[in-house]
Design a binder for this molecule. Structure first.
Ligand SMILES: C[S@@+](CC[C@H](N)C(=O)[O-])C[C@H]1O[C@@H](n2cnc3c(N)ncnc32)[C@H](O)[C@@H]1O
Length: 231
């Protein structure tokens, strides 16, 4: 099974992206000492990198196993809000000849807030570290492209699968990407994402399937697979 290599800088991003990776003790430190110190110091220097690496690796394996049936050889994939890219690494390792396009933000908020953000200003990534993660873990440079979500050069091509785990419509409004989706959706495109309002999408897609329900996470979200964007 694939092991993931990460250094402290990347582990720091992973714990900001996936708060379930940190120990309960550090969660208490966050409550007591505040978001600024947590985001910039404790979440980087008070973590055990190899423990985070193992936990992150297992988490991404289980995410991949949950969605494995959607991925096939040779697909053109778009990932929105991949974080450091562990899930996409699993796709790369398990499915042959895929091309993966990443759209991510290129900064870390000073005081990371978890929850819905109307202005979509919250971000927890670095495109340099995302690329470092891919290279360090042996992903071939020819098999991916990385795009900055805040720049005006998003890839305009048809995608077989668009995936956004705990990002699109979990932290920020789906409609930010609606116009863009109209350019990159074909009749076969499948969009998979986690949302807190699955019913809302009945007016946007002709076909919606619920893949899993999360009642334990802070937002009580559903993961849905959508097809046939209504134009
Ligand atoms: C909660 S993390 C989830 C990361 C990863 N998908 C995972 O499951 O571990 C949400 C990610 O969405 C990114 N993000 C926030 N706004 C975004 C936007 N408009 N477009 C793309 N990514 C965005 C953040 O930087 C962050 O890495």
């Amino acid at each position: 099974m694939e092991e993931i290599k990460i250094n402290r800088d990347i582990a720091h991003l992973a714990v900001l992206q996936r708060i379930e990776l940190i120990d309960p003790g550090l969660k208490i430190v966050r409550k007591l000492l505040g978001r600024y110190l947590f985001s910039n110091f404790f979440s980087k220097y008070l973590i055990n990198v190899s423990q985070i690496s193992n936990k992150y690796s297992n988490l991404m394996k289980s995410e991949f196993e949950n969605l494995e049936r959607f991925f096939k050889t040779g697909q053109n994939i778009l990932s929105i809000g991949s974080g450091i890219g562990g899930f996409e690494f699993m796709i790369y390792k398990r499915i042959k000849k895929t091309k993966i396009n990443f759209i991510e933000k290129n900064y870390v908020s000073k005081k990371v807030k978890y929850g819905w953000d109307n202005f979509n200003k919250e971000a927890y990534n670095s495109l340099i570290l995302l690329e470092k993660f891919l290279i360090d873990n042996g992903v071939d440079k020819k098999s991916y492209n990385i795009f900055d979500a805040d720049k005006d050069n998003l890839p305009k091509e048809r995608f077989d699968i668009i995936v956004s785990l705990y990002s699109l419509d979990y932290h920020y409004d789906f409609n930010i990407y609606l116009k863009y989706f109209k350019d990159v959706f074909s009749d076969n495109t499948i969009l998979i994402f986690d949302t807190i309002r699955a019913e809302y999408f009945e007016k946007i897609f002709k076909e919606i399937n619920i893949i899993k329900e999360d009642n334990e996470t802070m937002h009580k979200s559903k993961r849905i697979a959508c097809k046939f964007l209504i134009r």
